[in-house]
Design a protein around this ligand. Structure first.
Ligand code: ADP
Ligand code: MG
Length: 236
């Protein structure tokens, strides 16, 4: 990993997030700092309820922080208008959620085409993007299959392909291997590593899985609303 010589892709400083519950504010993130460099894989570990999803949702501009700074390629993205934030999500970020959330009534091709339509990618370019992304996860042969007929592992791979189809700069993956066996988990990390190396994309992955974390350049533990570098990985 030689990304440290470059400028960070994203810089988060003093990130705070509270949730309001029965008139009291529950702190989840308490002033967290994080830098992610281009082409870097960062694992966020931590028990259920520690705030991993909250952090990823803030990084993807799906959730506003209560306080803090967030710069993406040097730009303060928290100041963007709603329209600009939507554009940011479509063009810069690939999301992978634990549940995959594929549209079950649609084909694999359609699932990959929707994000391209939203991002105004012209029709003639879509087929190429779709076949390229499916190729990365080795599922080109399932192009016209119904999403509802795929196995759990295949769905998860389609979710990866869908996250790539807009050629994002960062992939935010929320426990992407939660439902996968060891073989499929290793495959998934191979896809991520390939993408990160070939395209300089960055990955932030929330995970409970040591196999996943070990494949990352840095491992953090989310505890008490802050990120703590893993004893065995180099912190920044
Ligand atoms: P993780 O992904 O690590 O399991 P989350 O970010 O989902 O953690 O949740 C962190 C904490 O915030 C949990 O205690 C959870 O109950 C709480 N929380 C998450 N979302 C909301 C919400 N929309 N309203 C109130 N509390 C929430
Ligand atoms: Mg979560």
């Amino acid at each position: 990993m030689n990304g440290l010589k470059k400028n960070p892709l994203l810089e988060v400083e003093g990130l705070v997030r509270h949730y309001l519950e029965k008139d009291s504010e529950i702190p989840v993130l308490r002033g967290l700092d994080l830098n992610v460099f281009p082409g870097e894989k960062v694992a966020i570990m931590g028990p259920s309820g520690s705030g991993k999803s909250t952090l990823l949702n803030i990084l993807g501009l799906l959730l506003p922080p209560t306080a803090g700074r967030y710069a993406f390629r040097g730009r303060d993205v928290l100041q963007l208008t709603r329209t600009e934030q939507a554009h940011f999500r479509r063009s810069q970020v690939g999301f992978i959620f634990q549940s995959c959330d594929l549209l079950e009534g649609s084909t694999v091709r359609e699932n990959l085409e929707y994000p391209l339509v939203y991002a105004d990618v012209p029709r003639h370019e879509r087929a190429q993007r779709i076949s390229e992304s499916l190729g990365v996860v080795g599922l080109s042969h399932l192009l016209n299959h119904a999403a509802s007929h795929l196995s759990g592992g295949e769905k998860q791979r389609v979710a990866v392909a869908r996250a790539l189809v807009n050629r994002p700069r960062i992939i935010l993956a929320d426990e992407p291997t939660g439902q996968l066996d060891r073989d499929n988990t290793e495959k998934m990390m191979d896809y991520f590593s390939g993408i990160v190396e070939e395209r300089g994309v960055s990955l932030v992955v929330a995970t409970h899985n040591n196999l996943v974390a070990e494949q990352c350049d840095r491992i953090y533990h989310l505890r008490n609303g802050l990120l703590w570098p893993d004893d065995h990985s180099e912190g920044v």
